[in-house]
Design a protein around this ligand. Sequence first.
Ligand SMILES: Cc1cc2nc3c(=O)[nH]c(=O)nc-3n(C[C@H](O)[C@H](O)[C@H](O)COP(=O)(O)OP(=O)(O)OC[C@H]3O[C@@H](n4cnc5c(N)ncnc54)[C@H](O)[C@@H]3O)c2cc1C
Length: 426
Amino acid sequence: MNTAPISVDIIIAGGGMVGSMLAAALGQLGADGGANAPSVCLVDAQVPPSFDPGSNPTYDLRVSALNHASQNMLKNVGAWSHILSRRSCPFVSMCVWNEAQDAKTLFNAADIGEQQMGHIVENRVIQLALHDQIKQAGNVVIACPDSLQDLRIDSNQVVATLGSGKEITARLIVGADGANSLVRKQANIPITRDTYDQHALVANVQLAGLDARAGVRTTASAHGNMTWQRFVPSGAQALLPLADDRASIVWYHSADEVARLVELADAEFIQELSDTFPTELGKVESVAQRGSFPLAKAHAEQYVKHRVALVGDAAHTVHPLAGQGVNLGMLDAAVLFDVLVNCMEKQQDYADIRHLRKYQRARRGENSLMINILDGFYRAFNTQPEPIAALRDSSMQLVDNQKMIKQAVMRYATGSGGSLPKLALP
Ligand SMILES: Cc1cc2nc3c(=O)[nH]c(=O)nc-3n(C[C@H](O)[C@H](O)[C@H](O)COP(=O)(O)OP(=O)(O)OC[C@H]3O[C@@H](n4cnc5c(N)ncnc54)[C@H](O)[C@@H]3O)c2cc1C
């Protein structure tokens, strides 16, 4: 199909959680009556499945642990209420331990004077909430379902060709198109990638209610709004609490074992959980969905080129054991937003590589640090020989015993510490 090119200021390729966050933030500029708000086209290949709270919608397999910084961003762009009106579950504590260790390391929101450490939210709920907000903005159009097929980057503009045949020109393209980013490939940005020899099995389970488990919990839900992770030699086993006594469990194991577990009949899978997971899981009544994900760490060598910026998984992927992936991506979006607004206020060309580099400088080092920290955790917990195992266990004890260290770790993990971009502040 040949149609006349459409012209906008910014194309965001990828309307997942991170691309939608940036679009919603830019949409606020239009909503605030800004006559100079940039025109934005958000392109995504997949329509997120609808969610009608009145119809007891099925659970999304993919969920995210949103930290305080991400929650603040969602509040600041007006999307948080759209999440609360759908479905979410606060978690008030987090417990981490190693099978061979006697003591557990417990983090409580109260330790840092907070009521919760974050919320577990289904990915599609986050995406839909942001899309609700974007639809109210006069300066953002959503092209969905449609996909970026080709990209030409000239010195004064980019030209994107979509699957529908539309051609869109813009001053800037933001690649928020995930780990296999086409924007990154078309911009010839190299990436270093290492796969882990572990896969993650994710399952959504229904836990037995409190009555069936009398005396086990002191709180009003089967999981006590606690997220936990136990490390065993084959990998970690984790639980993220969901509403209605449900939970998302993550089971890290070899690719072969994960493939076997995914194929089991529900009753057999529940039996495996009961035999293998710690008693903290409680009784699993049913399992709704199961899926598996290969795991890798990856980092783009550059986040920006002239007229191009990468955010979220398009720029980096981390091991999911600390649930940080989308939180890092949200911070990318917030920092890039700051850089763009700053340039707009000074009437500078925000797509100029000299300005975009400010975003890269602010984020690439931070993300690199997190990739390495998570890689270090992965290696430490998959290492049995002394002295690394001894060092790991004594470090966990130190964190548990020393209040100040514990508070510092918690502030970092919950996104309440360090210097945050404006959009991520309360
Ligand atoms: C097992 C597992 C558990 C995880 N748990 C957590 C957690 O608890 N907390 C956390 O913070 N992170 C978690 N993560 C990581 C998190 O899911 C990712 O970091 C996050 O999804 C990245 O978001 P994104 O928007 O950058 O990319 P994506 O979610 O990959 O979104 C990319 C979007 O781009 C679209 N797209 C792709 N190509 C095109 C194209 N050519 N044209 C148009 N659209 C396109 C796709 O349709 C998609 O909507 C987990 C990851 C795994 C594997």
